[in-house]
Write a protein that binds this ligand. Structure first.
Ligand code: ARG
Length: 588
């Protein structure tokens, strides 16, 4: 279904054409003077030169054609040649009625859908999830939902970091603590135990301990390095232990991501790409792309136009070990083979920009992707504390994600407890829902590339541009609809009416813009556009709500009109928060 703005544009464009002017001049935009009109068209100004006529003359001709059009309440020319438009309330109501019946609420899918792999989350096995991984999860999840909503086939891949030195560190540390375990006995040929020799909390203690030790104990660091190599070469005992680390860690990660309402389709990991490395490297050598430089095997990726240095992409270090870039390239080979995606989108900290530039250029240059496989890096900024530095715990350590979520939930709970209106259990549940919305909205309402300040008090406020404010608005609507239903009416039967007052018309106009907004949020991969939109929509609703007696309205037709309108408002708000990755409670 066409958006309301397209409907107006089509109508005005037809009038331009009918007067002998180029159709494209009829493009209509939302007015930048809302005090004067709702929409405007500046086509007559643009056409003046081309047609050697005063803009005013062109505009007058066009407007004459549209004077009696039922789409407009008022269409007028203002000097020097702008066309100002107020739309008809009845036309607007008819449009919203259609929008409500449309599964996409009037957001039209692009003609060509794409196959997309989104690489997001990116946690490292056995290291606890920290706030740095939070943004990737929140933004990636939302973009995945937006692309799906717009018709793309999307695969979300967590791309676990499971292949680096952290594995060797853990193995070596476990070995020091429990040398008697069969994993370390090279002569052992039996089956390994089914039970992991550690729990998740032990594992989380083991890693930082080993990592700390490796920094002060050179011998330990060397052993951990060797353990990593041994694991990567497929040692049987180490592989069995690695499997335990993976299982324990992944179970915990899944629980954490579930709590964030973040769900991956694929739980692929860096190690899955390893089998692709040897052939890939052989090919790059055979094609003359990979060469030895300072002992390492590299591909040159600098380009003449570069304004900063882009170092060669390293495939193998001088000791023959593959690195992060090698894994990412091999992962591209695998993704190409499995999905042949139109786009692979990486939602990763913007500090990794150079890494991806090198990887993408290597992939293009060596032909592991074709023209049709677009590679895109969406680098996000840092979440800072109020001191403007990367967010830390009060003690200055890395804040664990679980702790962060627990803190927000607790703060929301305390706020709710001030004027306790529900049972303990419901209050706990509701605090969780609101806390998640506060956290996600606080993040997503900023343009992803920018750094932002994590401000708990502001994020959990029920007023202002916050997640809880949006939820509060939804809950308010739900409550009105419930009361309406309780007095024997059916919300589904309520029909949209032409607006009764300016606030109502504003709300209707705001709703009608959902489609255009989605097109933008989608093409720019920008969840913050959805946030800005629902903030505006919630404000429009609340202004309407404060100025209108909805449940006390005696005229049943008018009342039904209000109900139809707020019911659609609720649906659109709920659709939007779902695209952002959170939900609304029943009450709050
Ligand atoms: N595990 C990495 C990290 O913590 C992020 C992975 C991002 N994705 C990728 N394909 N490199 O930094």
């Amino acid at each position: 279904m066409s958006s309301f703005m397209n409907l107006i544009t089509d109508t005005v464009s037809a009038a331009f054409a009918a007067c002998g002017y180029e159709e494209t001049l009829g493009r209509v935009t939302v007015s930048n003077r809302p005090d004067l009109c709702e929409y405007q068209c500046n086509g007559a100004m643009a056409g003046a030169k081309q047609y050697h006529k005063a803009p005013f003359v062109i505009a007058e001709e066009v407007v004459a054609k549209l004077q009696d059009n039922a789409l407009f309440e008022e269409i007028a020319v203002v000097k020097p040649g702008f066309i100002n438009i107020k739309v008809s309330g009845a036309a607007l109501a008819a449009h919203l009625e259609q929008m409500g019946a449309d599964a996409q609420y009037g957001a039209s899918k692009p003609e060509q859908s794409r196959r997309i792999v989104i690489d997001y989350g990116g946690p490292n096995v056995a290291k606890p999830l920290h706030v740095g991984h939070l943004r990737s999860a929140i933004i990636g999840e939302s973009i995945k939902r937006i692309c799906r909503f717009m018709g793309d086939e999307v695969v979300g891949d967590v791309h676990l970091g499971d292949w680096g030195l952290q594995m060797g560190l853990i193995i070596e540390e476990v070995k020091e603590r429990k040398p008697e375990l069969p994993y370390f006995d090279e002569s052992y040929t039996g089956d390994y135990p089914k039970e992991a020799p550690f729990t998740i909390s032990e594992l989380e203690e083991i890693y930082p301990c080993a990592s700390g030790k490796s920094k002060v104990d050179e011998a330990f660091a060397a052993k951990a390095h060797d353990a990593t190599v041994k694991l990567q070469q497929g040692d049987r005992g180490y592989t069995a232990l690695w499997n335990h680390i993976m299982n324990v860690s992944v179970t915990d990660l899944k629980k954490n991501y579930d709590n964030l309402n973040v769900h991956f389709d694929l739980w692929k990991k860096e190690s899955d790409a390893q089998p692709y490395i040897p052939d890939m490297i052989e090919q790059m050598k055979a094609d003359g792309f990979a060469h030895i430089s300072n002992g390492a095997l590299v591909v040159d990726v600098a380009e003449e136009e570069d304004t900063r240095e882009v170092p060669p992409c390293i495939l193998l270090k001088s000791d023959g070990a593959s690195i992060y870039a090698t894994t990412d390239l091999a992962t591209i080979v695998e993704r190409k083979k499995l999905f042949d995606p139109d786009l692979i989108l990486y939602v990763v900290d913007k500090r990794q920009e150079m890494h991806f530039l090198q990887v993408f250029r290597t992939a293009r240059k060596t032909g592991i992707v074709s023209e049709k496989n677009e590679l895109q890096f969406l680098g996000f900024g840092t979440m800072n504390g109020r001191d403007g530095k990367p967010f830390k715990t009060r003690e200055g350590g890395v804040m664990r994600l679980e702790k962060l979520i627990a803190d927000i939930t607790e703060a929301v709970y305390e706020k709710m407890a001030e004027n306790r209106t529900m049972e303990e259990e419901e209050m706990r549940q509701t605090a969780k829902i609101i806390g998640l919305a506060a956290l996600k909205y606080g993040d997503l309402s900023n343009q992803a590339t920018k750094d932002y300040v994590f401000d708990l008090d502001r994020f959990i406020s029920f007023e202002g541009n916050t997640g809880p404010y949006i939820l509060y608005t939804i809950v308010r609507i739900k409550s009105i609809l419930k009361k309406y239903g309780d007095s024997g009416n059916r919300v589904e039967d309520a029909k949209m009416q032409a607006p009764q007052n300016p606030e109502e018309k504003d709300l209707m106009l705001s709703l009608s813009r959902f489609g255009e907004m989605m097109t933008q949020a989608y093409s720019e991969l920008a969840p913050h556009k959805i946030c800005a939109y629902i903030y505006e929509l919630a404000n429009a609703f609340n202004r309407f709500y404060h100025g209108t007696r909805i449940l006390a309205e005696e005229d049943a037709g008018k009342q039904a009109g209000y109900i139809a309108l707020i019911s659609l408002t609720r649906k659109v708000l709920e659709c939007c928060i779902d695209l952002l990755g959170f939900t609304a409670p029943e009450r709050m």
